[in-house]
Design a protein around this ligand. Structure first.
Ligand SMILES: *Cc1c(COP(=O)(O)O)cnc(C)c1O
Length: 309
């Protein structure tokens, strides 16, 4: 067994764990079986990831920040066996690797730890190890190799720095560069307008609030109507939206609410309404107010948001 790892300078618990491992590895009876490599770094990680067949990652949900080390394994021909947390929640499919847990949070419940430990050993004993040693007459573990191919072909292009940098560039850096060019073209007119808008939104934002809300749910449609207090802000400086989280593979749902002319809203209040098809229960939607300017990128440039509770 080869151990390597490093704790953040402020992570005392992590440092203590590594100290325990290190002492454990020094036991004479373990000297020929266990080694602890000091000073984990990218070079070591490169060697280790090249030699790995199965990457086992067992955080308790929701503590996996992302799972970049599991992604490094893809390009190195390894397979992942991980808790359904971080990236693996998105990436896992039965033909590219193995999953632990039910994708739900259980705190530090020792009962759940025990169930997952059983599942880990069962997967290793009954599925993973047999598949690894199942060789054809040429000595090739063909089911295993097929799984590596699926994992590499489907996951490596998606969970890679190339894709990330390309997406950042296309979605954010290039549009921001174009916006910048447009803003300086007018010798600052556009920028001054935006600065004034930002100033006004920031000044009056603390007063923005929701008034009464009504929801009607029928078989054909969901009708939402809310009163929103904007005070000194004009209605074209904000947008009122209905928002529902994306869950279980569904994308998040954002629906602009329309301002209702006339009507009987109290002073400073505006009435907004939306009718949407009942694809999801009304309870899953929450109205929110966000700042709006046609040339400003929210929430990057102004992250204000007010939720109706
Ligand atoms: C990949 C890598 C990490 C991150 O590992 P995780 O298991 O994803 O937290 C940390 N340090 C080095 C040197 C690495 O190569």
């Amino acid at each position: 067994m080869i151990l390597a790892g490093k704790a953040h300078p402020q992570d005392r618990e992590g440092q203590e764990l590594i100290r325990l491992w290190n002492n454990f590895a020094k036991r004479p009876e373990l000297r020929t079986r266990l080694i602890f490599l000091r000073d984990y770094n990218m070079r070591q990680a490169e060697w280790l990831t090249q030699g790995v067949d199965v990457w086992i990652n067992t955080p308790r949900r929701p503590w996996e920040a992302s799972g970049t080390s599991g992604m490094k394994i893809l390009a190195n021909g390894g397979l992942n066996l991980s808790e359904l947390d971080g990236w693996w929640q998105e990436a896992y499919a039965p033909d590219v690797g193995w999953a632990l847990g039910d994708g739900k949070e259980h705190g530090d419940d020792p009962g759940v730890d025990a169930v997952e430990a059983d599942a880990l050993y069962r997967l290793l004993e009954e599925e993973i190890v047999p598949e690894f040693y199942d060789r054809d007459e040429d000595g090739i573990p063909s089911r295993w190799v097929r799984r590596i191919r699926e994992s590499m072909a489907r996951l490596a292009p998606q969970f890679s720095a190339n894709r990330t940098v390309r997406e950042y560039t296309e979605k954010f850096y290039l549009p921001a560069a174009r916006d910048y060019a447009a803003r300086i073209e007018t010798i600052g007119d556009v920028s001054r307008g935006i600065a004034r808008w930002k100033q006004d939104v920031s000044t009056f934002w603390p007063l923005v609030r929701f008034g009464e809300i009504s929801v009607e749910e029928t078989k054909e449609c969901l009708s939402f109507s809310v009163a929103v207090y904007l005070g000194e802000l004009s209605s074209d400086m904000v947008r009122v939206e209905l928002y529902a989280d994306g869950e279980a593979g569904r994308p998040s749902h954002v629906e602009a609410m329309q301002r209702q002319q006339g009507g009987s809203a109290p002073a400073g209040y505006h009435r907004y309404a939306a009718r949407i098809s009942p694809v999801r229960p009304a309870l899953e939607f929450t109205p929110r107010v966000v700042p709006y300017h046609p040339l400003v990128r929210g929430p990057l440039e102004l992250p204000n948001i007010i939720w109706q509770r």
